[in-house]
Design a protein around this ligand. Sequence first.
Ligand code: UD1
Length: 373
Amino acid sequence: MKKVIHIVGARPNFMKVAPIHRAISARTSLQQLVIHTGQHYDAKMSDVFFADLGLPPPEIHLGIGSGSHAEQTAKMMVEMEKVFLKEKPDLVSVVGDVNSTIAAALVTSKLAIPLSHVEAGLRSFERHQPEEINRVVTDRLSDLLLTPSRDADANLLKEGIDPKHIHLVGNVMIDSLLSSKEKADQLPTLKTLGLTPKGYVVATLHRPSNVDNPKLLAGLLGVLMDVAKQLPVVFPVHPRTRKMISEQGLGPQLEQTPGLKLVDPMGYLEFLSVTSQAKLVMTDSGGLQEETTALNVPCLTMREQTERPITVEVGSNEVVGTDPARIREAATRVLAGDFKKGRVPELWDGRTGERIADLYARFLGVETKRAFG
Ligand code: UD1
């Protein structure tokens, strides 16, 4: 029986693998194993997502944890190599752009195992960002490059990737969003937080380029404190950001700001229940730019660039940089009701997991139970 290994490690991986895993089970006879690298290990950054997304617990957990880039990536590689040699997968499937992704890509390709990259072709063209390095290298090594949108295809073609390896499959994260929305809508999160639909802002910050720079971090948090004077701001704080806030002694000031609700990282369904009803989302996350586009919720991205330009061209996202004055102005404008109307990009239709399952089956010479319509 042909075997596919999925690699997960960090929070944004789980919602991408769940729909692929589900579709492979439903449509093919492929055997599948999920390996969790342990890059994210807090229950609120990992376990809750398996439960929320109906993804079975990983068969193998490498327990790597945090470390410098070299340390973390190298430890993952050493452990993954042992597993791959034992399990002999026919295909390794990686998603996104985190350190777990590049570690798996390097090990897989050196063992001459076919590698598939889901979410291939995204580029911010900012080589100082770890995710951009992870994207470029993983794509270079992949045999199947599965893209979420046509701009990603164009990036890969420009880099000289053979078009026969590129497959436009759509955005798999939107599968998770669409299949979870109803469940999320039934949660009492808004009530618990004392919020009303369209009566609050959701903020997230975790990019090293924003939060590891004390001056920039203070500026961005200052904007959130200002916005909270206009409308309540829910701010689930990522562990990296919490650490920086505490090191910089900014905690008391934030906690004393009326209207700014600092909360722990939320589970998938809980977070979806708040983002889907927000008046505005302010973030530096990649995935959230896509989720707000699918939900048609205004999003201000606090970064200089996005690797997801379709969310700006077609969707409800606006890249506003990191200058506090500019972000403040944009937020005030959106809260006054002035924001473009977005649309949902092509193939962000909830069936990307099925397209990927069919593609893997074809690639491995296995029949699918139901042909994709
Ligand atoms: C990683 C990804 C980033 C992704 C983000 C989503 C890389 C290079 N970065 O960044 O692309 O957007 O995940 O969350 O892969 N920590 C905990 N508990 C955890 C995990 C981390 O406390 O469960 C703390 C540790 O102090 C750790 C720090 O957060 O050192 C950073 O974690 P790390 O996995 O290195 O990167 P993220 O910032 O989470």
